[in-house]
Design a protein around this ligand. Structure first.
Ligand SMILES: CCCCCCCC/C=C\CCCCCCCCCCCC(=O)SCCNC(=O)CCNC(=O)[C@H](O)C(C)(C)COP(=O)(O)OP(=O)(O)OC[C@H]1O[C@@H](n2cnc3c(N)ncnc32)[C@H](O)[C@@H]1OP(=O)(O)O
Ligand SMILES: Cc1cc2nc3c(=O)[nH]c(=O)nc-3n(C[C@H](O)[C@H](O)[C@H](O)COP(=O)(O)OP(=O)(O)OC[C@H]3O[C@@H](n4cnc5c(N)ncnc54)[C@H](O)[C@@H]3O)c2cc1C
Length: 659
């Protein structure tokens, strides 16, 4: 008798959901932040999913040109819906998230507008922002060049003030000074915030931002002296190829003086350079803003991958039980759990630390408005470090989820290859992760060096003030072990650097250790913020308990993975390390019955997940089967090329065999 496997799989997910020991609706609120956040996300997700223009299941099969046109169409349609429905900023940005296709709008809203807000004077904001808000101009963020990305101070584009005409002359003096990478620049943008070396009265004052028009507002052709285009195809099919990352060269392009962003410093009519009393690091403010939003995005990308892998692992069965009973769901394998559940816990951990970082960023912004710059360093260290640690972990985790889904995970229809390809550049853009961690390490070294002078560290570095205690004690408490590990690694680095003939040389020599010290510090922040979250009042049956479990999984898994650090610094004994591992196994057993419900709490539509393996209804096999037939290769039974290449070959073999 034929068994309807498909129906059986569907029942499986229902059984998983019924077995969950907590209130999923309440967990949705804990994940999203509030009832309001759940409702608005739900509404926007459904709006997108039900609109045929936002279809994306065919995306990996489109040519680059068709994909780009599809992106323009989606962006225009999204804007039309935003205006027609009078969506709020919150609704609009969720709508953009669920459209789920990188495009010029991300850089327009995400970097061009914030750069003008952060670096422009009130007058400049009044002039440019209304144009940008109504899409009467489209902007991008043109900082990186062919020759320099990480080293911003090394950029070569020049902006030379000409007092005769009251203009800046923007010029690309070398091939390596060509702007290279800015998203939206290649084909869509009409304007850019261009970062260039300001030269006036014969002196180079370093990097500053300028608003430069690139294309005609009449026919979109490049303005005189401007050469620009797309830099070419990128990693993976679909994925980030929807974005027109661009190249841009200037040949003595003139812009009015008032298009220099003048909040941080000014050039007078006479050509005098005047520095404001604000720290010059505010020039990097747009990057800080985007880095904090990238941390929030990490939890979104990771939770999508984990949702697919958990649901599919509940559906997928391999091998029978000892007594010949039904086959085992792969989710029941201890190895599957030990690979998957830490990723599930990380998704929650990154979500909560992302919320905290958003709070920190808002707090710093408010302080800056009243000229309080005391938390600028903390904001830089936290955004840079958390961006680096969460994006690296998420990129690795998406690939691990692909492997957790076996062969089917490698199909585009699983959604995982495209998610990986679109996500991995997050480890590079907005600051290469190693470069960012070295920034954190520099701040750690500075903090350690100040300990002897009695200066008490604050914010996320405050634990370093407990130096006497943390350097000596054996740690029984979990957070204390994380604190001791981070502090001792930092102090070891500082001592080693101190022995070098000069500090810079010492920093250079010790940079691999410094990276690890920075990671230890950032992991401490993530663990601490997760613990703080579970100490809050969290309503809903069983919700707090589940989050407590996941928090323990995240902390103990991190500890297990980096046990070498904990042992080498004497922050834990080998026995404690072994006990932690034992405990981890027990925690996985507690997560197991709740796993499917824990990913349901992300509340993702099938449209947003974009995965036949992660379908809410669990109907995986019919969907996989159907999806295969949609491939353009299956449009004809006999493939194109048969008559040119297969038939002659086969005929030739036939002739040979008859000889
Ligand atoms: C109606 C609404 C519609 C809604 C639609 C919604 C649409 C969607 C909206 C939003 C989406 C948002 C998402 C955006 C999409 C993102 C896509 C990806 C885009 C990617 C873009 C980019 O990549 S842009 C380019 C990024 N480039 C980099 O990150 C370069 C990295 N390098 C650097 O940052 C710097 O060079 C460096 C920090 C590494 C070194 O700089 P420098 O040499 O100048 O400094 P020092 O090391 O000497 O340090 C000096 C001193 O400064 C301190 N410091 C350094 N940086 C900062 C900082 N950022 N902030 C504060 N302080 C800083 C440093 O610690 C030192 O301090 P001391 O006290 O002197 O020691
Ligand atoms: C998809 C994508 C979108 C982008 N969008 C934009 C955009 O909109 N606007 C824009 O201006 N830019 C954009 N960029 C550029 C991006 O910001 C840079 O690529 C990034 O900052 C890294 O710089 P780089 O390419 O110069 O790398 P490099 O610095 O050349 O890195 C190469 C290697 O050198 C290492 N390295 C570099 N410096 C050090 C150091 N001091 N110590 C130790 N190791 C080091 C790095 O770790 C890395 O392994 C984008 C990039 C990508 C991939």
């Amino acid at each position: 008798m034929a068994v309807d496997h498909a129906a059986a799989e569907v029942d499986h997910l229902a059984a998983e959901r019924a077995a969950a020991r907590f209130d999923v609706e309440a967990m949705k609120i804990a994940w999203a932040g509030s009832r309001h956040a759940v409702d608005v996300a739900d509404r926007m997700a459904r709006l997108v999913a039900s609109d045929p223009v936002f279809r994306k299941d065919n995306r990996t099969m489109l040519s680059r040109k068709d994909l780009f046109k599809d992106t323009l169409r989606k962006a225009a349609h999204a804007w039309k819906r935003i205006v027609e429905l009078r969506l709020t900023e919150e609704e609009a940005s969720l709508l953009r998230q669920y459209v789920d296709q990188p495009g010029y709008v991300d850089l327009h809203w995400g970097m061009f507008v914030p750069a003008i807000k952060g670096q422009g004077t009130e007058e400049q904001q009044k002039k440019w922002l209304p144009l940008a808000y109504k899409f009467q101009i489209i902007g991008c963020y043109a900082q990186t060049e062919l020759g320099h990305g990480s080293n911003v101070q090394g950029l070569e584009t020049t902006a030379t003030f000409d007092p005769m005409t009251d203009e800046f002359v923007i010029h690309s003096p070398t091939l390596t000074s060509s702007k290279w990478w800015p998203g939206g620049l290649g084909k869509a943008s009409t304007h850019a915030v261009v970062y260039a070396r300001l030269i006036t009265e014969g002196k180079d004052y370093g990097i500053h931002g300028f608003i430069v028009q690139l294309r005609s507002l009449e026919d979109h052709s490049p303005l005189p002296g401007v050469t620009l285009g797309d830099i070419g195809g990128k990693f993976g099919s679909g994925a980030y190829n929807s974005m027109d990352n661009g190249v841009l060269r200037f040949d003595h392009v003139r812009i009015p003086r008032d298009q220099m962003l003048m909040r941080l410093s000014q050039v007078t009519r006479e050509g005098k350079y005047v520095q404001s009393d604000v720290p010059k690091q505010l020039l990097y403010g747009t990057m800080v803003y985007v880095r904090q939003s990238i941390v929030a995005d990490a939890s979104k990308a990771l939770s999508r991958a984990v949702c697919i892998a958990v649901r599919y692992s509940a559906i997928r069965k391999q091998f029978g039980s000892q007594d010949g009973g039904p086959e085992t769901q792969v989710l029941n394998y201890r190895t599957q759990q030990s690979r998957l559940f830490p990723l599930l816990a990380s998704a929650y951990a990154f979500r909560f630390v992302g919320d905290w970082l958003n709070w920190l960023y808002t707090d710093v912004t408010q302080k800056l408005e009243v000229k309080d710059y005391s938390t600028l360093q903390e904001a830089h260290a936290c955004t840079a470090g958390l961006k680096a640690v969460t994006t690296s972990a998420t990129a690795d985790a998406i690939e691990e989820c692909r492997k957790l889904c076996g062969g089917h995970g490698y199909l585009n229809s699983s959604g995982l290859p495209e998610l990986f390809a679109v996500y991995v550049p997050a480890c590079t853009y907005e600051g290469d992760n190693v470069v960012l961690l070295l920034q954190v390490a520099r701040i750690l070294m500075k903090t350690v060096s100040q300990l002897t002078s009695g200066k008490q560290p604050v914010g996320t570095m405050a634990y370093m003030g407990k130096v006497q205690h943390l350097m000596q004690s054996k740690c029984a408490v979990k957070t204390e072990a994380f604190e001791a590990r981070a502090l001792r690694m930092a102090v070891n680095c500082a001592q080693n650097i101190g022995q070098a003939s000069n500090q810079e040389e010492g920093f250079y020599e010790r940079s691999p250790d410094l990276l690890e010290a920075a990671v230890a510090h950032i992991q401490l922040i993530i663990v601490t913020k997760f613990i703080e979250k579970v100490h809050q009042d969290i309503p809903g049956h069983g919700v707090k308990e589940q989050l407590q479990n996941l928090c323990n999984v995240y902390a103990l898994y991190t500890l297990h993975k980096h046990l070498g650090d904990f042992l080498a610094t004497g922050s834990l004994t080998p026995k404690q390390g072994a006990l932690a591992n034992e405990q981890l196994g027990k925690l996985y057993a507690q997560v197991r019955p709740n796993a499917v419900a824990l990913v349901d709490a992300f509340n993702y539509t099938d449209h947003y997940l974009g995965s036949v393996l992660g379908r809410y209804d669990g109907n995986v096999y019919p969907a996989l089967y159907e999806e295969a037939w949609k491939d353009p290769l299956n449009e004809t039974v006999v493939p194109e090329g048969y008559h040119e290449y297969l038939r002659p070959l086969l005929k030739q073999q036939l002739k040979l065999s008859r000889l």
